[in-house]
Design a protein around this ligand. Structure first.
Ligand code: ADP
Length: 567
């Protein structure tokens, strides 16, 4: 300490300080200033060190980012870049980045690349995103260029953010190719379904039709018994084929619901007639409840609605040994826009279903209990089809049940109301009326190439009292109409030379024939795929009937058009 004091005194003397005591206080001040300077210097050094560490951290982070970031200033110089590695995309890359224009340091070029967005972003101060492809390296880069450090009117820097998107684009391309392959496979499946549907239904039409005719001939008891059992088996086979085809069509997304005006009560009463006898035969009470509040005219698909209800009622009868089965219909909600939600429920007092099985029974090929179902025939497809159909109609099917307590299947469907004109009730075509309809004679041309189907239709129509002429190809239709006047044409769709649609178009475009070009044409089709109905109508046909042909439906359709023309 004394050495320091002596030094300071020496410094004071050298500076010409007069008295030793004055010099002592000045030295004290200087000493304090020096100490504070030292402290400030140490703090400054610490701050500089901290900032350097932080800068290094930021730089390390930026350099570690796999994407490339470059910041350009107004003078087109590179202010910062994390391009530390070679990037195969930019073949000319190389050089020193510091303080050089980007094309100089990265690409050794003499000007900005053609696609460069830096200048434009300096002008517009708006972000731009572009994507580049290098055909040599087969790589893609997504480049985002955005302004940095912008003041109100100016922007001092622009940054470029370059990301390698080659893997993403490759994956997208692979997904696209896979989707195209899946679409093609799905289309092939739909086409297979369409042709299988046709191939199976056509011979089934022949089997059932000829059986129908055979049952009307004179048979001894034994023969009748045999034929009845053939008929039962054929009908079960058809039901099974229909279920499998329906299910596959729903899965392939090729099923299309109709949206036509229909009378709900008329459809429900047909169901009542169908099930009341079957319930009686099994000693069950069949109840039916449709209060007046349920509207009658609705828009929807009555056939699919019927399909669901028939399935549920079939099951209810199948799994109920005693007690009752009830079909109830009720309004859930009325909406001011002329729409309504209706609940349909089928309740039985049968075996019921364990809670654990209740979800599963709506899966395809699922049965609540394998051993039980062996006693009761079935494929396990019925409820899966019902579920999908109800969903297509905008509803959701539910089950409430407990073992030994019966089951209640219900679903709610939204409908638009339809205002149907009151029409005189048309002649009812029930099985009891398969007798000749004398009041409605007419001459019908049948175009059908399948000999067994043709034989059945011809015989059936002749029995009803119609005059029938047959041709086996679309090309023979016009010559037949030239010769005679027909009241109606039944037209098969798939025929060898000219199909039914071609023939229908030819009829509508014809003139000067004995049969007018407006003659009703009903398509007969084993196809029942999405869009078919529209195609038939677009070809000029009036209606269509699916194969295997149900004789009651065929007769009522024919009567509808003949009566219309006679009116
Ligand atoms: P299946 O052709 O076997 O009847 P479903 O899909 O219609 O096929 O029904 C699946 C299973 O659900 C049936 O096998 C049966 O176990 C059960 N199930 C359906 N309805 C009822 C019911 N009303 N009562 C009891 N079990 C039922």
């Amino acid at each position: 300490m004394s050495v320091v004091k002596n030094d300071i005194a020496g410094m004071a003397n050298a500076s010409g300080v007069s008295s030793v005591s004055d010099a002592g206080s000045d030295v004290e001040v200087l000493r304090e200033q020096l100490l504070s300077l030292r402290e400030s210097h140490a703090a400054l050094e610490e701050t500089v060190e901290r900032l350097q560490r932080e800068r290094q951290l930021l730089e390390d982070i930026l350099n570690a980012i796999p994407d490339k970031l470059t910041v350009h200033d107004r003078a087109e110089k590179v202010v910062f870049s994390n391009w530390s590695e070679e990037d195969t995309y930019w073949e000319n890359r190389g050089g020193d980045r510091d303080g050089t224009v980007c094309f100089g340091c990265f690409f050794r070029g003499e000007k900005y690349c053609d696609q460069c967005q830096v200048e434009e972003v300096f002008e517009t101060r708006k972000q731009k995103v572009i994507e580049l492809y290098n055909p040599q390296t087969r790589e893609y880069r997504s480049i985002t260029v955005f302004p940095v450090a912008c003041k109100s009117e100016d922007c001092s820097m622009v940054a470029e953010y370059v990301r390698d998107v080659t893997a993403t684009r490759k994956m997208e391309r692979e997904l696209r190719v896979a989707k195209e392959a899946a679409d093609a496979a799905n289309k092939a499946k739909s086409e297979f379904l369409a042709s299988m549907s046709h191939e199976i239904r056509t011979p089934m039409n022949g089997v059932l039709g000829m059986l129908d005719l055979a049952m009307d001939t004179e048979l001894d008891e034994e023969q009748r018994e045999y034929l009845e059992s053939v008929q039962n088996s054929a009908e079960s086979l058809l039901a099974l084929i229909n279920d499998i085809l329906d299910f596959s069509k729903i899965e392939a997304g090729v099923i299309e619901l109709d949206n036509q005006a229909f009378r709900l009560r008329k459809r429900l009463s047909a169901l009542h007639t169908m099930f009341v006898h079957r319930a009686e035969e099994r000693g069950l009470d069949f109840r039916f409840s449709v209060p007046d509040s349920v509207p009658d005219g609705l828009m929807g698909d009555p056939l699919r609605l019927r399909q669901v209800l028939v399935n549920l009622l079939d099951n209810a009868l199948k799994f109920t040994e005693s007690g009752q089965v009830q079909l109830a219909v009720d309004v859930v909600q009325d909406f001011p826009d002329n729409s309504v939600e209706i609940e349909f429920s089928v309740t039985d007092t049968g075996s019921g279903i364990l809670e654990a099985h209740q979800e599963r029974i709506f899966d395809s090929f699922a049965q609540a209990d394998g051993s039980f179902s062996r006693r009761h025939q079935g494929t396990g497809l019925g409820l899966a089809i019902c579920k999908r159909l109800v969903e297509l109609m905008g509803g959701n099917i539910k089950v409430k049940s407990a073992p030994g307590q019966g089951a209640r299947f219900s679903f709610i469907i939204p409908f638009q109301l339809a205002y149907l004109e009151e029409k005189p009730v048309a002649r009812k075509a029930g099985s009891a009326e398969k007798k000749p309809v004398a009041a409605c004679r007419g001459r019908i041309l049948v175009a059908e190439d399948h000999p067994v189907n043709l034989l059945y239709i011809e015989k059936f129509l002749k029995k009803q009292g119609f005059e029938v002429q047959a041709v086996s190809d679309g090309t023979e239709v016009i010559p037949a109409l030239r010769e005679r006047e027909f009241d109606l044409i039944l037209m098969d769709i798939a025929m060898p030379e000219m199909d039914g649609m071609g023939a229908a178009k030819a009829v509508r475009a014809s003139s000067g024939l004995k049969t007018p070009s407006t003659v009703p044409i009903i398509a007969m089709t084993a196809h029942a795929m999405k869009g078919d109905r529209e195609q038939f109508l677009a070809a000029g046909m009036d209606d269509y009937i699916g194969k295997p042909i149900n004789s009651d439906n065929l007769l009522s359709l024919i009567l509808k058009y003949l009566l219309q023309n006679q009116a």
